[in-house]
Design a protein around this ligand. Structure first.
Ligand code: FES
Length: 100
C-alpha cells in the first residue's frame, strides 16, 4: 500500500508522519502522540477541526457535517473522517488536548 506524508508545521522542530493511503488522518495523528482533541470521530461535532495548508484530502463516502461553509473556505478539514489523497501539510488543530 502507498504511503503519504503529513507535515506538522506547528511542532518544533517540525515533524512529518507517514500514513498509509486510505488510513484516517486522525488515527495517524493520535498514534503519533499529537494532542489533537476529538469527540465523535465521525465528522459531526467539528472538534477535530484542523487547517490544511497544502495537499489534498479525501472524505470518500463520508460527509463532513461538522464543517460549515466559512470553515471550509478558511481551509479547515475534519481529520477524523479524512484520508490523504496527496502528501499534506497541516497547521495546529483548533483544539488541542490540554496537558494534564
Ligand atoms: S471528532 Fe467530531 S468531527 Fe472530528
Amino acid at each position: 500500500m502507498q504511503t503519504k506524508q503529513i507535515r506538522l508545521t506547528f511542532l518544533t522542530p517540525e515533524q512529518s508522519l507517514s500514513i498509509a493511503q486510505g488510513d484516517i488522518i486522525l488515527h495517524a495523528l493520535t498514534s503519533a502522540g499529537v494532542p489533537i482533541k476529538h469527540a465523535c470521530s465521525n465528522g459531526v461535532c467539528g472538534v477535530c477541526l484542523t487547517p490544511l495548508l497544502d495537499g489534498e484530502i479525501d472524505y470518500e463516502h463520508r460527509h463532513p457535517h461538522g464543517l460549515n461553509e466559512k470553515e471550509k473556505q478558511n481551509g479547515y478539514f475534519l481529520p477524523c473522517i479524512a484520508t490523504c489523497k496527496t502528501d499534506i501539510t497541516i497547521a495546529q488543530p483548533k483544539v488541542l488536548v490540554k496537558p494534564k
